[in-house]
Unconditional design. Structure first.
Lengths: 300, 192, 361
């Protein structure tokens, strides 16, 4: 619905730890995201979780600028107002085992300052969206891993966030739930930036409108899943100057999932070869492009 | 408790305790209004029936959280309006997936966009509550273009946020904001 | 159901509705034949007028397909009653559920934040109560067991009284620890930060202080009134059962110090540091200095009417020390106020471990 830029990151660096253990988890990262489902891809240690935590305003950036919905995350006075519009699901989260599922989500509705008059219905809608309405009275400790994950998603979207950050949301879900979950993501992404860190190619193919590939703390490519698949099929990836990597024996006959997989590994390999400081890879736009220009693009 | 004799608020509180008879009575009292109102906002009767059902199921589950302020009918309608927005979201996604662009809100164009002047003209609200719009205000509402009226209906009469109205009307949020401002300016000018 | 009032002004009903929609108007409304302004009026009126809604119901009931739609949705809605809340399923919890609803309702009416209970970490208050109870029991039992040879002056009651200021600190530690990674989720919410931290600390203090005072009173009545020589210096007016009042300032000061330290460390770690330091300061002298005497001769215990250890730590809660605690409290509060925004995010320098784990789910 809206074409505005919801998330804007420029030259972000995040330094974690201190002394000998100090390291730059994110280093010189640029990103602009509009409404849509943005798949955050990359190997372990690429900085996905750190980026998500910074976007969630949980972790302060060491340097660089981040604005969410036009608000600087370091502006303490507007932090509260900003956080009302954020939904966040970390990889692992704690909960009070004796809470019921409804209480758990209600608790977060309260923390997120959802007006009391709306909270009841908001909680209800969130539980229904993740398919937990019939388990609302169950205690958290009685839930299976997949259901816990869904409860976590429910609390993330109870405030109808404009920026929704989900770290591995499909982990532990069975295939059927994943399908339902992907259509939910697309629904939410009509007017919100949904950032999903995932390692499942099927998530990317099935839910994402855009992809952001990370490696060693920076963005190495942005584009659409179709573009990633196209790179895999053509066997080539490009950066601003021309061909910068060879993906391997790509084939036009590859299915979407395997083409994306191939494109993903190829782009990462190209990024490792060109090293830090290289311009991000430009993913090809397939002829039959999806409607609407990609709002996700890495700044130079 | 005799459901037929209780008022809406008492019925809702009884429903919160799981009293199906009470909620049935509440449904009978409110559902016709919700149904007609939904139909005026969505011509797809399948969607309307789904939304009607979802809205009342949701209202029953959330009954315990009603804060006791205002009319129960208004509260239930707010739930129904949000449910309608959700239904439009789902449809928008389906249409995007099917690559059928810009279709589906055509039916919204014929909305009889009755708009509320409550938010900006206090006397207008009294007019609304007391009876039919008359005189300059009615003329002002009638004089609005369908697009402007649709925006005012969604934001003022149905109490939706700009964001929700944008989904319902299938236009960008910025457009909703500018249309709302234009509509208000027009109504204000007509009343001056 | 109230009587239908299709005719305007035919009968003033209980609710002062000066106007009612005519059946003709409502028929036109259901058919979508009203002008925009009239439909707007009708809708605004219908939400606030039960009798016109009833009339609308009768009109709609005459249309076959509408009646069917309403009946179908009705069946579906009523066939899926909402799951009863867990609290209500168990009979014995119905009362607490009712109480909770009442609190929520009062909260909503007074404009106070709903669900005040959310302010408190569910685990922490129970833990505070348990800690106080355990400390009291410990003091009581040790008094009964060694009471014959060990007068209150030798340390049992004093031990409890000296440990008591650390109880709220323990509560603060628990309130930040109980749920582990939940902190991560909570931090991303607008309520996170100093407001929530202070509310929770306040809840802990409000629970812990009366409990600890009560426990002190119970202990004092168990062990008998303190001998005249035991009145801490500078507290001539405070003796016997009132001695526990002297905890108040140290307890508040220690809690505030924990919060102040929590602007640099993770809150529960900061509270743990403060708590442990306090235990060492108070506990070690009383234990270490006692050991040689007990190993040497048993009778030494009896003669320890005013053991050095007790006498020394007693000064920590003496009347002389109270102004010092006040200063500590003030300093800690200043630190908390100045550095309050640090509660709103995690500390990057402390989080190296967190992120290297990747993919633990």
């Amino acid at each position: 619905m809206s074409e505005q830029v919801l998330v804007e990151v420029s030259d972000l660096a995040v330094v974690l730890g201190r002394g000998k253990k100090q390291r730059r988890a994110v280093d010189g990262l640029d990103l602009r995201l509009g409404a849509g489902v943005h798949g955050l891809l990359g190997p372990n240690g690429a900085g996905k979780t750190t980026l998500v935590r910074v976007l969630a305003t949980v972790l302060p950036p060491s340097s660089g600028d981040i604005s969410l919905l036009g608000v600087d995350v370091r502006d303490v006075r507007r932090r509260r107002e900003l956080r009302r519009q954020i939904g966040y699901l970390p990889q692992a989260f704690g909960y009070y085992p004796r809470f019921t599922v409804r209480e758990f989500v209600e608790y977060f509705a309260w923390l997120k300052e959802v007006p009391a008059a709306r909270a009841g219905v908001a909680v209800d809608t969130a539980l229904e969206r993740v398919g937990l309405a019939d388990r609302a009275g169950d205690r958290m400790k009685s839930l299976s891993g997949g259901m816990l994950r869904r409860a976590g998603v429910a609390q993330a979207l109870v405030n109808d966030p404009r920026v929704l950050l989900l770290d591995e949301p499909t982990a532990g879900l069975d295939p059927e739930q994943r399908v339902a979950f992907r259509s939910l993501l697309r629904e939410l992404a009509l007017d919100a930036a949904v950032v999903v860190s995932t390692h499942l190619v099927e998530d990317v193919a099935g839910a994402c409108t855009h992809v952001v590939l990370m490696e060693a703390g920076r963005v190495v490519a942005t584009g659409t899943p179709a573009g990633l698949a196209e790179a895999g099929r053509r066997g080539l990836v490009h950066d601003g100057d021309g061909v910068c990597g060879l993906v391997g024996s790509g084939s036009a006959d590859d299915g979407l999932a395997s083409a994306i997989e191939r494109g993903y590994t190829g782009v990462l390999r190209a990024a490792r070869v060109s090293g830090p400081g290289a311009a991000p890879v430009v993913l090809p736009e397939p002829a039959a492009s999806t409607s609407g220009a990609p709002t996700s693009a890495a700044g130079a | 408790m005799d459901p037929a004799a209780a008022d809406d608020a008492a019925l809702l509180r009884a429903s919160a305790r799981g009293d199906a008879a009470a909620f049935g009575e509440l449904y009978d009292r409110l559902a016709p209004m919700v149904l007609v109102r939904l139909r005026r906002r969505c011509s797809d009767d399948d969607v309307v029936v789904d939304v009607l059902q979802e809205a009342f199921s949701s209202a029953w589950r959330a009954a315990g959280t009603w804060d006791g302020r205002g009319d129960v009918a208004a509260w239930v309608w707010t739930i129904a309006a949000r449910r309608l927005v959700d239904a439009f979201r789902r449809r928008a996604v389906r249409e995007k997936t099917a690559a059928v662009a810009h279709h589906g809100h055509v039916e919204l164009e014929h909305l009889h966009a009755t708009s509320g002047a409550r938010a900006w003209v206090p006397s207008a609200e009294e007019d609304v509550v007391d009876g039919l719009l008359t005189g300059p205000l009615a003329a002002a509402v009638e004089g609005l273009s369908p697009e402007l009226r649709a925006v005012l209906q969604a934001t003022v009469l149905d109490g939706l946020s700009t964001r929700e109205a944008a989904v319902l009307l299938g236009v960008p949020e910025g457009t909703v904001k500018t249309r709302a401002m234009r509509a208000r300016a027009q109504v204000r000018a007509a009343l001056a | 159901m109230s009587a239908p009032q299709p005719q305007p002004q035919s009968q003033p009903s209980a609710s002062p509705q000066p106007w009612h929609a005519s059946p003709a108007l409502l028929v036109a409304y259901t058919l979508g034949r009203l002008s925009a302004a009239d439909a707007w009026s009708a809708e605004a009126h219908l939400v606030s007028c039960p009798s016109c809604r009833a009339e609308l119901g009768r009109i709609v009931d005459d249309v076959d397909d509408t009646r069917d739609v309403l009946a179908l949705a009705r069946t579906r809605v009523l066939s899926q009653p909402p799951p009863a809340p867990a609290a209500q399923r168990l009979g014995q919890r119905a009362a607490s559920a009712g109480l909770r609803r009442a609190i929520v309702r009062v909260g909503a009416r007074s404009g106070a934040p709903w669900h005040l209970r959310w302010v408190v970490r569910p685990a922490s208050l129970g833990a505070v109560a348990l800690a106080v109870a355990a400390a009291t029991a410990f003091a009581g039992i040790s008094h009964v067991v060694v009471g014959a040879t060990n007068s209150p002056t030798s340390g049992t009651a004093w031990l409890l009284w000296l440990l008591a200021p650390a109880v709220p600190v323990a509560g603060v530690a628990l309130s930040g620890l109980g749920a582990g990674d939940e902190l991560e989720l909570e931090l991303a919410t607008p309520s996170a930060g100093w407001r929530l931290v202070l509310w929770r600390a306040l809840a802990v203090v409000v629970t812990a202080v009366p409990l600890a005072l009560l426990a002190g009173w119970v202990t004092a009545s168990l062990t008998g009134p303190a001998p005249p020589g035991l009145v801490p210096p500078g507290t001539s007016g405070v003796s016997g059962a009132w001695l526990p009042v002297l905890w108040l300032l140290p307890a508040l000061a220690l809690t505030a110090t924990a919060l102040a330290l929590g602007t640099w460390l993770v809150l529960w770690q900061a509270a743990a540091v403060v708590g442990v330091v306090w235990l060492l300061v108070v506990g070690v002298p009383s234990l270490v200095l006692r050991t040689p005497s007990s190993s040497a001769v048993g009778s030494a215990l009896d003669s320890s009417a005013t053991p050095f250890a007790s006498a020394w730590v007693v000064h920590l809660i003496s009347g002389w020390a109270q102004p010092v605690w006040l200063l500590v409290l003030a300093a800690a509060v200043v630190v908390v106020v100045v550095r309050r925004d640090a509660f709103g995010t995690v500390k990057p320098s402390l989080t190296a471990r967190w992120t290297t784990g990747g993919g633990e789910a």
